[in-house]
Design a binder for this molecule. Structure first.
Ligand code: DGJ
Length: 558
């Protein structure tokens, strides 16, 4: 047979490498190295127990991290099929009296997470929580002169802690160090895989602190490292206004918030060096407006360089994405995926049609993703005003996680190798417009194409009857597909509400092609197990993802 078969050297080497990796990690005792990040060619992976780890996460509600409420958290995690819980640690609970630390809540969370086969990302709710000081211990709140808020331009106190307060910095640094020291001692199994330092730091309502102390710093020379971070010409002894002009107020606040958190993070990391990140209440990527219409101080896309220079102990700057506009959401993913910054989405929306953004995040190389507010302390209401059942509450996210959990490590590895591309549906489809295509195999409906070595994958979103979309379409644009190139002409596909057609490209674009094999199945213990081979009507009209499905596909030229 003169077939140009796909099992080429490259594929064989890749598969052998995957096999060896899986075999050796299974045959040897568990890897006890600390959770850590690895970086290659501008891509990133989180490594847990020696293997790439994809965070299929969910964040509980703010006040759910108490032993009394934990059962309602675990029930939700189970329904979601999440592999990681993001859960706060409250400074006010952790340090009820100066220097006296209470570890019982942390230990309860870690112990019960293990019982539920979950990893943890712990959120250090301390100096900043959504820009405010609300999680500071009472003994700090009652000493506002020692632990001050910032002062607005009009002399009013703003509901946001000052990044210039040395006493606050010292207290946070000591408490965070005690917390990290305890994790190091207690969590020898590495149930905790990352720590978020603070929560959405910065200030609303005022672009910066205008207190006399802050004003004096503002009028003093800008640190050389801030100047070089922003690539401004280095003239010495110039103050913030002289160096940064109309951005001076914003950059001043960002630099001092980032420096504060950078010091807290560095102290914790010196004790226990697991990955640390900071989350931001991001600004609109296309129409950001002018501060303080957005929160100022956190890791917004315009101040990445300041953050990276001021807080090198922080590994990841992360966007909390509550944007519903598709273009804007995708732009945020793009902005936060950088060679110097792994993409991690620690908070987002967990219902349809937004859960298709999970695929978009994977297409941008995300190491993890976590919808917010997922636990049974909260009642969710449907469009009819009635409370949703647990299944309805979590199904949109669970549909993604059920499909990906068995192959989470493989997806993380494939992403690290740069083999994954994804597409998501942009807008609702009008099925009546497609009827004419019902028998035309050459001009089939295509909404988007993904490009691989020698092959394109043409994707049409919705549900299908042969070549045409079926008459009744999902009301929301919720189609999604992930395609990983395992080797030339060899692909792993996972998706929902779409159809995929392959097509040879370049010099072979007119050649006849066929599926060599289409297997439907799932990963079990690192190996793809086929439940059946699809053929005939199940492949002749394209590969249909009416239900969430995983396929392993090989195509060849005749
Ligand atoms: C973003 C914050 O980071 C969360 O803690 C929570 O307050 C949500 N907003 C509220 O939806």
């Amino acid at each position: 047979m003169r077939s140009k078969l796909i099992f080429r050297d490259q594929l064989a080497v890749f598969l052998i490498a995957m096999f060896l990796m899986i075999f050796t990690t299974q045959a040897q005792p568990a890897d006890r190295s600390l959770p850590h990040l690895v970086h290659k060619n501008g891509r990133h992976a989180l490594v847990v127990d020696g293997r790439p780890f994809l965070i299929l996460g969910a964040q509980c509600n703010n006040s759910s991290a108490w032993p009394a409420t934990l059962p309602k958290v675990w029930s939700a995690m189970e329904a979601l099929n999440a592999n990681t819980l993001e859960i706060p640690i409250y400074w006010e609970q952790f340090e009820p009296q100066p220097g006296q630390y209470d570890y019982h809540v942390i230990d309860t969370i870690i112990t019960q997470a293990r019982q539920h086969n979950l990893r943890l990302v712990l959120l250090w709710f301390a100096t900043w929580k959504n820009g405010s000081n609300h999680y500071m211990p009472e003994w700090m709140k009652l000493q506002p002169e020692k632990y001050p808020n910032i002062i607005g331009k009009d002399g009013r106190q703003i509901d946001s802690p000052s990044p210039h307060a040395q006493a606050t910095l010292n207290a946070d640094t000591e408490a965070f160090s005690a917390f990290m020291r305890h994790l190091k001692e207690f969590d020898t199994q590495h149930t905790v895989i990352m720590v978020q330092v603070e929560n959405e730091p910065g200030a609303w309502e005022s672009v910066r602190d205008y207190s006399p102390q802050a004003q004096e710093i503002f009028n003093s020379p800008v640190p050389a490292s801030a100047i070089s971070a922003m690539k401004v010409s280095p003239k010495s002894n110039r103050n913030w206004t002289e160096v940064f002009g109309r951005n001076a107020d914003e950059f001043f606040q960002v630099w001092h918030v980032a420096s504060f958190i950078g010091k807290v993070a560095a102290a914790g990391k010196a004790i226990y060096p697991i990955p640390l990140y900071v989350n931001g209440a991001i600004r609109d990527p296309f129409n950001p407006g002018w501060p303080p219409t957005y929160e100022v101080g956190g890791p917004n896309d315009n101040v990445f360089e300041l953050w990276k220079a001021a807080a090198p102990a922080v590994d990841i700057l992360s966007p909390d994405i509550y944007i519903s506009d598709t273009k804007a959401y995708l732009k945020v993913l793009e902005l936060y995926n950088r060679p110097d910054n792994p993409l991690f989405v620690p908070e987002t929306i967990g219902s349809n049609p937004f859960t298709r953004f999970f695929y978009a995040a994977l297409g941008e190389g995300a190491i993890g993703y976590a919808p917010f507010g997922m636990d049974d302390t909260r009642v969710f209401f449907g469009p009819d005003g009635q409370p949703l059942s647990p299944k309805e509450r979590y199904e949109d996210t669970a549909r993604n996680y059920r499909l990906f959990r068995p192959m989470a490590s493989q997806i993380a590895q494939l992403n690290y190798e740069g083999r994954i591309q994804t597409a998501i549906q942009r807008s609702p489809v009008d099925s009546t417009a497609d009827r004419g295509n019902s028998v035309d195999r050459k001009n089939y409906i295509t909404d988007q194409s993904l490009h691989f070595e020698g092959w394109d994958a043409d994707i049409a979103f919705g549900t299908f009857q042969r070549m045409a979309r079926s008459r009744r379409q999902p009301e929301m644009p919720d189609g999604r597909i992930l395609i990983a190139e395992l080797g030339e002409g060899q692909f792993l596909l996972a998706g929902y509400h779409c159809r995929v057609m392959f097509r040879p490209t370049g010099e072979n674009s007119d050649r006849m092609w066929q599926y060599l094999k289409v297997e439907e199945g799932q990963y079990v213990d690192g190996t793809f197990n086929a439940d059946r081979i699809l053929n005939g009507d199940q492949t002749d009209w394209g590969l249909n993802f009416t239900q969430p499905t995983v396929l392993r596909v090989s195509v060849y030229l005749r």
